[in-house]
Design a protein around this ligand. Structure first.
Ligand SMILES: Cc1cc2nc3c(=O)[nH]c(=O)nc-3n(C[C@H](O)[C@H](O)[C@H](O)COP(=O)(O)OP(=O)(O)OC[C@H]3O[C@@H](n4cnc5c(N)ncnc54)[C@H](O)[C@@H]3O)c2cc1C
Length: 339
């Protein structure tokens, strides 16, 4: 049976940087928010994929760690008391007399006047390598993302993949891990040229083992604790790598999931919006951040921030019908509890 319904002004799907900033922008216009994320933490890609990397193109922050950016966005949204539903994938959306009802996979239901989709690349899911029994190791010794570099101190780590994540984490973990082995099925890496060159330098100096061209073949261990990763070359010859952890970086599945069934106009697996308002093809539903598409769209955090402000202004008449919205600077208006 569906759980008791809660009510809010705006339901935000996705607690990535852009969804978090939308809480602030809505709050400044007197609109309360509930925020949903399939992950059990806020922060989207910044928290899940690169929390310890510095970002250089956030205005007024010449350099800020991705994790720190998220902490600050959460802090900035806090005065508006958002209700977070974490570990809660949104599975359904129904139209109601005065808006929408958003339903999570576990049956929580929230009624809202408007919906903001800030779902990034859709419900996050790693591309799993097809290794028998891998589920038993996931979260114990097989990880699809690195939350803390320190977790890998003095570990023998096998990294699989040939893209930016594989190469960047190999370089980063080489400082803390006992041994880093990078398995890739091609001799060349698809990473940024500077990173690929740095990887090669670390390999030449013996700090990283490049296991190429090989691919993952099997894993060995007990009770979720890995003892070895078996790799095979193109001829099928296998090799055993003694290891404590496996990090497969084969990208994220970019599946819109249930969002694709909501009758929204799409543009190459993203949601087509009016760039002036972030409105989708369905009245009352807005899309911002990486998931939105319009001519000239840049998939950058700073673009998402501006889209959040535009969406909040466009939503205001839905939540406060008949009330004139006078544009005000934050310096004039202030923020609750912050003077
Ligand atoms: C390695 C790397 C480095 C980057 N460096 C930069 C940089 O230097 N500068 C920059 O501007 N950008 C950078 N980016 C891109 C930046 O991270 C994204 O543009 C940004 O995260 C988009 O924010 P978002 O809030 O739109 O989406 P996301 O961060 O993707 O967050 C979306 C959230 O929505 C949730 N979600 C999706 N579907 C559902 C659902 N059905 N129910 C509940 N929750 C759902 C997901 O779990 C996710 O947490 C980088 C990205 C990567 C991977």
């Amino acid at each position: 049976m569906a759980n008791l319904i809660q009510r809010t002004d705006v339901a935000i799907i996705g607690a990535g940087p852009v969804g978090l900033f939308a809480v602030f922008e809505c709050g400044m216009l007197e609109m309360r928010c509930h925020v949903f994320d399939a992950l059990d933490m806020a922060g989207g890609q910044c928290a899940a994929l690169y929390p310890e990397k510095p970002i250089y193109d956030i205005p007024a922050h010449p350099r800020i760690g991705a994790g720190e950016l998220i902490d600050r966005l959460v802090e900035q949204a806090a005065p508006f008391d958002p209700v977070y539903h974490l570990g809660a994938a949104v599975a359904g959306l129904d139209q109601s007399a005065d808006g929408f009802v958003v339903e999570t996979a576990s049956g929580d239901r929230v009624a809202a006047r408007a919906v903001v989709i800030a779902a990034g690349a859709g419900a996050f899911g790693p591309n799993r390598p097809p290794l028998a029994g891998i589920e038993a190791y996931e979260g114990k010794s097989v990880f699809y993302l690195v939350r803390r570099r320190e977790d890998f101190r003095d570990q023998r780590v096998v990294i699989a993949g040939g893209g930016d994540s594989a190469v960047d984490w190999a370089i980063s973990l080489a400082d803390v891990a006992e041994r880093v082995m990078v398995v890739h099925r091609r001799p060349r890496f698809r990473a940024a040229p500077q990173s690929a060159a740095q990887l090669q330098r670390l390999a030449d100096s013996g700090r990283i083992d490049l296991v190429i061209p090989y691919q993952l073949h099997a894993i060995e261990g007990e009770a979720g604790r890995l003892s070895a990763v078996i790799v095979a070359d193109l001829a099928g010859t296998t090799r055993r790598l003694d290891a404590d952890c496996l990090l497969p970086f084969f990208g994220l599945a970019t599946d819109l999931g249930p969002l694709a069934e909501w009758g929204l106009a799409l543009d190459h697996h993203r949601i087509a919006v009016d760039p002036a308002t972030a409105a989708t093809s369905r009245a009352g539903i807005f899309a911002i951040g990486d998931i939105s598409a319009y001519p000239g769209k840049l998939k950058l955090i700073l673009s998402g921030f501006a889209e959040a402000a535009m969406a909040a202004h466009a939503i205001h008449p839905l939540v406060h019908p008949g009330e004139a919205l006078h544009f005000e600077y934050s310096t004039t208006k202030g923020v609750p509890g912050r003077g």
